[in-house]
Design a protein around this ligand. Structure first.
Ligand code: FMN
Length: 132
């Protein structure tokens, strides 16, 4: 199983646009055996997608050219034995508790974060999602 984490900057961020992204994402991801989570803040999308490698490659290629965001940057890509979000075609967290302020994000804090720190963000979300 392949997974990757990327970040991007929302363009014209609002609830209606986010709802549209999530609706299409969940339909496609169910079809493609992809699961994951999307953290949404006015200055940041941080997404983990996991699934069969060809499906992940194809999805990331579509995401990279989506004009609803910019500065799409791959942060981490690896294989894993188990999914972090097995029950979620795409979990959304619209009030993420992140260690980075908007100023720090603008300064490159996400790109500077290590793999353990990034995975920790999603591990905490996965643990709290089990209680939803
Ligand atoms: C922040 C963000 C996250 C996205 N996440 C997904 C996703 O998990 N799955 C997906 O199929 N499309 C996702 N998309 C949409 C894709 O970029 C693309 O528009 C879509 O996959 C095309 O699907 P369609 O062929 O059904 O129109 C995302 C877009 C954005 C901006």
């Amino acid at each position: 199983m392949q997974y990757l984490i990327y970040r991007s900057t929302p363009l014209g961020f609002d609830r209606a646009m986010l709802a549209g992204i999530l609706l299409g994402a969940r339909r496609n991801n169910a079809r493609d055996a992809i699961t994951g989570a999307l953290l949404c803040r006015h200055d940041l999308y941080l997404q983990l997608i996991e699934g069969p490698a060809p499906a992940i490659d194809a999805l990331y290629a579509r995401i990279a050219v989506d004009d609803r965001h910019s500065d799409v940057r791959l942060l981490l890509s690896d294989t894993a034995d188990r999914r972090m979000f097995p029950d979620w075609t795409m979990l959304d967290d619209q009030n993420p508790s992140l260690a980075w302020s908007p100023a720090q994000v603008a300064d490159g804090a996400i790109e500077a974060a290590g793999a353990a720190e990034l995975l920790g963000v999603f591990a905490r979300l996965s643990a709290s999602a089990a209680c939803r």
